[in-house]
Write a protein that binds this ligand. Sequence first.
Ligand code: SF4
Ligand code: SF4
Length: 152
Amino acid sequence: MDWKDFFRKIFLIDLIKGLRLTFSYQRPDAIYTEQYPLERPPVAERYRGAPRLNNHPESGETLCIACNLCSIACPENLIVVGWARTEDRKKRLTTFTYDLSRCMFCGLCEDACPVDALELTQDFEIANYSREGMIWDRQALEEGPKPARYTR
Ligand code: SF4
Ligand code: SF4
């Protein structure tokens, strides 16, 4: 050990350097407090949150063609798609349920959808007081998430 290392250990230079770095983050101007829920924090662009069943923007008709691919793709089997045949033998969506309590937001259902009807949105406020409340029906899915807006 040379003299330089010796004095470095005696005078705790490394410890002091570490403490200086730690306390540099305690400056009032370096402290940032998120004002949630008054200000919602931005989430990552590819974040997958509450689901939505998209309707056509002009006609308002559902984009879902009741192909059931999302349900088949889901490893949790939590999507149930109901349909009926019309007189011209076309499939029409009747019901759609999505059990959020079992969803792991992997996005496989969204990827499987051939018409971009099912979308996992960026809304992250999906807590509910009951298990039943976590099962979203077609109406809830078509209306999409309604994040609460808080004001003082
Ligand atoms: S995100 Fe994953 S777990 Fe959730 S419904 Fe879609 S496929 Fe199933
Ligand atoms: S994959 Fe898309 S179009 Fe097919 S049933 Fe699911 S949401 Fe509807």
